[in-house]
Design a protein around this ligand. Structure first.
Ligand SMILES: Nc1ncnc2c1ncn2[C@@H]1O[C@H](COP(=O)(O)OP(=O)(O)OP(=O)(O)O)[C@@H](O)[C@H]1O
Ligand SMILES: [Mg+2]
Length: 209
């Protein structure tokens, strides 16, 4: 039986390989008969894609609280309009960033209250939780280096932030993974993409086949 009706999220710092792994996992799942919906946050709805531009643009001046609310608005719309219906129809939903980004970036990186960020996540998602979260762990300097090559030196609003921000994000991700070991698969992202993909696929099959 093909894997169906699961929400799998990819998390990690800038340039860790989330989008790359999302594409590779999609190929594997589709080759094994699953219906796959690929999403990214912020994005995946008309509202989300518009707010993505605001959230990513280095020209945007946003208070940390405003930023947190905009991410939550994108997520609430994505969950209601897209994710819940897709899961109900049996799709495997792959999401490039989700609730853990809010805790890692807005609480860890920006220093907002973690309990409030978790409440925002509950507001946006209700009872919905990922069935599996893959955390791609990489030294921030390496990830930012990869992103900079990819973007030809046009950093977004997060990529321009100093190393301390990205290190706090990484530390918060580690804490989250430690707190929920049954939900997280933590992988060393400093390996060739195909090796990372093999490890993800192995775990997806082990859990859901
Ligand atoms: N395992 C890997 N080893 C080396 N380079 C990689 C690896 N995975 C991805 N890359 C390359 O690094 C760059 C960043 O990868 P990708 O865009 O998948 O990361 P991301 O986590 O989605 O980044 P962002 O946070 O900016 O969305 C790309 O140019 C990609 O081709
Ligand atoms: Mg990406």
């Amino acid at each position: 039986m093909a894997i169906a009706g699961k929400l799998i999220t990819l998390e990690g710092g800038e340039g860790a390989g989330k989008s790359t792994q999302l594409a590779l996992l999609t190929q594997q799942l589709e080759a094994h008969g699953s219906k796959v919906l690929k999403l990214r946050e912020p994005g995946g709805t008309l509202l989300g894609e518009r707010l993505r531009e605001v959230l990513k643009s280095p020209q945007s001046k946003l208070e940390p609280t405003t930023e947190a609310c905009l991410f939550a608005a994108c997520r609430a719309q994505l969950v209601g309009e897209v994710i819940r219906p897709a899961l109900a129809q049996g799709s495997v939903v792959l999401c490039d960033r989700f609730i853990d980004s809010t805790v890692a970036y807005q609480a860890g990186g920006r220093g907002l209250d973690r309990t409030l960020m978790e409440a925002l996540n509950r507001l946006a998602c209700g009872s919905l939780r990922p069935d599996l979260t893959v955390l791609l762990d990489l030294d921030p300097a390496q990830g930012l280096g990869r992103a900079s090559v990819r973007d030809q030196g046009q950093p977004d609003r997060f990529e321009v932030l100093q190393d301390g921000f990205h290190q706090r994000v990484r530390d918060f991700y580690h804490n989250l993974a430690r707190e929920e070991p049954q939900r997280f698969l933590v992988l060393n992202a400093h390996q060739p993409p195909e090796k990372v993909a093999q490890q993800i696929w192995h775990e997806v099959q082990r859990r859901f086949s």
